[in-house]
Design a protein around this ligand. Sequence first.
Ligand code: URA
Length: 206
Amino acid sequence: MSLTVVDNPITNHYLAILRSRHSNSETFRSAARRVALSLVHEAARGLLEDDIEVETPLEGTTGKRISQGIVAVPVLRSGLGMIDAVLALLPNVSVGYVGVARDEVTIKPEEYYIKLPDMAGKKVLVLEPMLATGGSLAYAIARIKDRGGEDITAICVIASPAGVDRLQEEHPDVDIVVASVDRDLDYRYYIRPGLGDMGDRLFGTV
Ligand code: URA
């Protein structure tokens, strides 16, 4: 498994807007999309490509075309904040969904919705902005593997060290692309310093 922390000025700029308690939902959604665009560019490394003939206005040349099918799987609900970026950049994308809620007492993931397309031979991008304990993401990836997903990259905005460790332990074959690995988790399993509750901030349910 590889862990890639995307560290460039554009990603960092919009990550700071996400972290700020003063960003309203509209600002937050726009920054989430922009951070996700950076992360998707990174996650696209290694996608299979074909050579194609292209006519420029001046002469013929060769170009590249993405030839691998792609499945994006937002983990509900906060993963929805990253889906626009995937759809904006990548061709041939189908979208599946895994709905997992965290039981606040047991902290175990509880599935409430699942819909996954055929994933054989495809690159699967799992969208889970906050990799906190890793429970929901590890669960979603297990379901994706049950349905034939093999080439899997998790795209996260912020991870905790514990979440990364858990994913590496349970799914050592899965790559992670993230904008930041933060200090730790607090007693409520929020990432610190983090950005608060991603779903609430995206959808104005604070
Ligand atoms: N989910 C969030 O939205 N934020 C956290 O800090 C942890 C999990």
